[in-house]
Design a protein around this ligand. Structure first.
Ligand code: ELE
Length: 282
């Protein structure tokens, strides 16, 4: 029943990563019950980071914990393998990657891509499947063909699709907030971007499930959904920076374009809306 948070990437006004803010954030997440930090995921704007920034993020998080999954995906294969080799020197749980995106490619290219990563990595290799973003669905059959995948994060509203990876006997997580209740109950855990600003709600959700109190778990899931849904028109990722400050009480810097910071009145409006839902009793 693991709670995994794809950590946001704190930037300063110049667009540089702020290492101290990363550490403060990781310490708080662990204190609030988060088990694993996923580095350079979608929420961490992984596809928008340079190779050097990806390495920096890994090192800042590793300064606090080795419970880390390191996402290495890129369209530049040389950089992918450099990041895998970099991870080989470190103590962490796994490296992960999304498939090569953007281009129309035959399935066997995807198989080759992951096999190359497996060959280079001394750590287990996890699949980050997010068809809605990458345009590629590495489903259970393709994962079987790759033959070296040891875990999967499936960001997919089709929960039946996620469950099927269990046929491979691998660690399986769904990556959507609104399926956290199902993912925690049936799979190995959940990967939730919203865990950046409301980790305690996901911890509480896990407690209700453990206690078999599914009625309370469902009510809490609906509260999580309401908060998560509120952020969509503001940009989910940009919203998180303001909500961490509001709900967790410390600064995680600002988002970096193309994740634009929110205008002051918008940020205020968002925070007020979320605060109202947050304060409602379950
Ligand atoms: C989620 C995505 C989903 C979390 C990551 C995650 O950030 O790496 O906007 O809800 O589709 O899978 O952030 O994003 P939405 O795993």
């Amino acid at each position: 029943m693991e709670i995994i948070v794809p950590i946001l990437t704190p930037f300063n006004e110049k667009g540089e990563i702020d290492g101290e803010k990363v550490k403060t954030h990781v310490e708080n997440l662990l204190r609030k019950g988060v088990d694993i930090i996923f580095v350079n995921g979608t929420t961490g704007v992984g596809p928008a980071l340079s190779k050097d920034e990806k390495r920096k993020m890994l090192d800042y998080v590793l300064d606090v914990t080795n419970k880390v999954i390191f996402q290495v995906g890129s369209l530049n294969m040389k950089e992918v393998l450099e990041l895998v080799n970099y991870a080989n020197e470190k103590d962490l749980i796994a490296v992960a990657s999304y498939p090569p995106f953007y281009f129309s490619i035959p399935k066997d290219f995807i198989v080759k891509y992951f096999k190359e990563i497996c060959k280079a990595s001394k750590h287990p290799v996890y699949l980050y499947n997010y068809p809605g973003a990458t345009g590629k669905d590495v489903d259970v059959n393709l994962a079987k063909e790759i033959d070296c995948i040891k875990g999967v994060k499936d960001t997919n509203p089709d929960f039946a699709h996620t469950i099927r990876y269990k046929e491979l006997g691998i660690k399986t997580y769904n990556g959507l907030e609104n399926l956290a209740i199902a993912s925690l109950s049936i799979l190995d855990g959940t990967v939730v971007g919203a865990g950046n600003y409301m980790p305690e709600l996901f911890s509480q959700l896990r407690e209700y499930i453990k206690a078999g109190d599914m009625r309370k778990a469902l009510d809490l899931q609906l509260k999580i959904d309401e908060i998560d849904g509120t952020t969509i028109p503001y940009g989910k990722i940009s919203s998180m920076y303001y909500l961490v400050k509001e709900l967790q009480g410390y600064d995680v810097g600002v988002p970096r374009p193309p994740m634009y910071p929110l205008e002051e009145n918008k940020a205020k409006e968002l925070v007020e809306k979320v605060r109202k839902i947050w304060n409602k009793s379950e």
